[in-house]
Design a binder for this molecule. Structure first.
Ligand code: B12
Ligand code: SF4
Ligand code: SF4
Length: 404
């Protein structure tokens, strides 16, 4: 073991001595490069354990605010150790990609069967965009420091991106738990390059930017921001739109017409008031529009999905979760015009999850015709989860039964 560590040290020294360019110059060049490729910022921190984040993550898991996304007891050991993710790791190069586009969607008019996607879902898949840009930065680092080793991580990697960005001095946390960077506010996604090159570190930003404000906490539709900086994943609408299976009935109303994600706690934030839109270099229009035609989404075939929404940032959740969310959105809009499509879905759809949420939506529309469709279906359906939803929706017609 000792022998191995000594070997790593020698390798590191080799990288430092073979560097023809001074580390300070490398850092400055990478920062300029980041700007020119359309990143919102780049900052460099030590590849050291994320001690504070580990403590917060432990507390969060203990309170039951996590539990999905592989965040279980002991996860802090897995997600807070950048130094373990690359042999000889010395620095984290934290990067932010802005995604807010200048164009705002037209507000929905009464009668329109439209859903809404969160801002980050509207461009090309951000996982691909940020990776492309970080590859350019990592490539330049390898030119400036020959022999440098790098590992690129973002979102699905085994590291807390916000905590790594914070430790690298890229920006600061808001009480909504989102990460803010200068000029672009919290409308950024994050990624990091771990490297064995010893680069000068930027100091973490420690100032509190929220002060007495608590707008995000009062605006959150489900009260998911339990205390400053602590979001209860189980109540967060963003999670509800992404989770698999049946969405808890008591939380569906809070999802409004969202088909992917939730931006409420960022939209109300005064720190985002003057945030700059992303340059065209960063976010080209993607397959997911801001306003989503819910009927079209429900009728979308597998091959149409593959060619369109699959290539957006929301594509990874798959066609049926998006169609399930479309049912919830239609239930919340309560527009009778959605009835024929929901009835067709309820009678014929392959996915029992989509059928179950169509049954809920018809119960929300609650017209004579909607109840007739539910009764018709109840006599043919065999799936227990759909039958349960049918029963609950039909209780709305005869509330006395529900009281039993
Ligand atoms: C699981 C997850 C979720 C979950 C839980 C989110 C949450 N707040 O806990 C759900 C599905 C709800 C979610 C929603 C969203 N997410 Co998300 N999500 C993740 C993921 C995969 C893991 C993050 C996680 O659970 N962390 C656990 C907690 C404990 O850690 P944390 O979020 O890093 O932050 C805490 C600690 O680090 C701690 N902390 C540590 N040091 C310090 C120091 C100080 C001084 C303070 C105050 C706090 C602090 O405070 C934070 C709050 O507890 C990351 C990707 C990744 N690999 O990191 C993306 C990520 C966090 N998500 C991201 C985004 C964009 C979103 C959404 C905006 C998407 C949307 N529009 O719907 C929402 C925002 C919801 C919100 N208010 O947080 C971005 C963050 C961008 C940003 N600018 O902050 C990430 C980093 C993905 C990426 N690579 O860009 N997400
Ligand atoms: S994303 Fe939406 S539900 Fe989640 S904490 Fe923010 S406002 Fe609340
Ligand atoms: S809304 Fe207020 S409290 Fe919430 S993150 Fe923004 S400034 Fe902080």
């Amino acid at each position: 073991m000792q022998h191995k560590r000594a070997g790593v040290k020698v390798a590191q020294m080799a990288i430092m001595t073979s560097m023809s360019v001074h580390p300070q110059e490398i850092a400055s060049e990478l920062k300029s490069l980041a700007q020119s490729v359309g990143l919102a910022g780049l900052a460099i921190g030590p590849a050291a354990p994320l001690v504070e984040a580990a403590e917060r993550l432990r507390e969060r898991i203990a309170r039951g605010y996590a539990g999905h996304y592989g965040l279980v007891e002991g996860s802090e050991e897995k997600f807070c150790h950048p130094e373990a993710l690359l042999e000889g790791a010395r620095s984290i190069i934290a990067c932010a990609l802005p995604y807010r586009r200048g164009v705002e969607p037209e507000p929905r008019q009464p009668g329109e069967l439209l859903g809404l996607s969160a801002r980050l879902a509207r461009g090309r898949d951000y996982h691909i965009v940020i990776r492309e840009k970080m590859e350019i930065v990592a490539g330049r680092l390898q030119e400036l420091a020959p022999g440098a080793r790098t590992r690129i991580l973002h979102d699905t990697g085994p590291l807390l991106d916000r905590a790594a960005a914070h430790a690298s001095g890229l920006g600061w946390y808001g009480k909504n738990a989102c990460f803010f960077v200068p000029r672009f506010g919290s409308w950024v996604v994050l990624g990091e390059i771990i490297t064995d090159v010893d680069l000068p570190h930027d100091p973490p930003i420690v100032e509190d930017h929220c002060g007495d404000c608590a707008l995000c906490m009062s605006a959150c539709p489900t009260g998911a921001i339990r205390s400053p900086y602590q979001v209860d994943l189980n109540r967060c609408v963003s999670h509800l739109t992404q989770m698999g299976g049946i969405v808890p009935r008591e939380l569906r109303h809070f999802m409004s017409n969202m088909v992917f994600g939730c931006d409420v706690c960022q939209e109300v934030c005064p720190q985002n008031d003057n945030s700059e839109p992303a340059s065209s270099l960063s976010f080209e229009p993607g397959a997911m529009p801001a306003s989503v035609d819910l009927i079209r989404l429900l009728n979308m075939t597998k091959s149409e999905f593959e060619q369109t929404l699959k290539t957006s940032s929301a594509g990874w959740i798959g066609r049926n979760r998006l169609r399930r969310n479309a049912c919830i959105a239609l239930g919340n809009l309560r527009e009778p015009a959605a009835l024929p499509t929901l009835r067709d879905i309820l009678l014929r759809d392959d996915s029992h999850i989509v059928r179950a949420h169509a049954a809920w939506a018809l119960g929300e529309i609650a017209t004579e015709e909607a109840f007739a469709a539910l009764e018709d279906c109840a006599s043919r359906e065999t799936n227990p989860e759909v039958l349960e939803e049918l029963r609950e929706s039909l209780y709305r017609k005869t509330p006395a039964l529900g009281a039993k």
